[in-house]
Design a protein around this ligand. Structure first.
Ligand SMILES: [Zn+2]
Length: 100
């Protein structure tokens, strides 16, 4: 798990916007070109939802961290599952060897 590298929870969305400016390219009737892309990271940490604008230059690095986070979550889930199973077996063995 230490090989994973940096982690970051959250999901990244890509958005294109229309602005309020009169006659802007984003409002062109024939070929509108919206502004963007804008990247937004939203996540919940310690029970609080947050979102942050992400500069395009950081998107690649951030995607790696987000990917690492979900890998870590999966590994922890497996670890928990196996730990429960192991503990159940240990309890069963003690009961078996300790019949009164
Ligand atoms: Zn515009």
């Amino acid at each position: 798990m230490g090989d994973l590298g940096d982690i970051r929870p959250g999901s990244l969305t890509k958005q294109y916007n229309i602005c309020g400016k009169e006659g802007c390219r984003c409002k062109n009737k024939i070929n509108p070109i919206k502004h963007g892309p804008y990247y937004n990271l939203s996540y919940t940490y310690k029970g609080r939802g947050t979102s942050a604008y992400i500069p395009e230059l950081y998107v690649h690095e951030l995607k790696i961290k987000i990917d690492n986070y979900s890998k870590m979550k999966k590994l922890i889930d497996e670890w928990i599952e196996l730990s429960i199973l192991k503990s159940k077996i240990e309890i069963k063995l003690i009961k078996k060897n300790n019949k009164k």
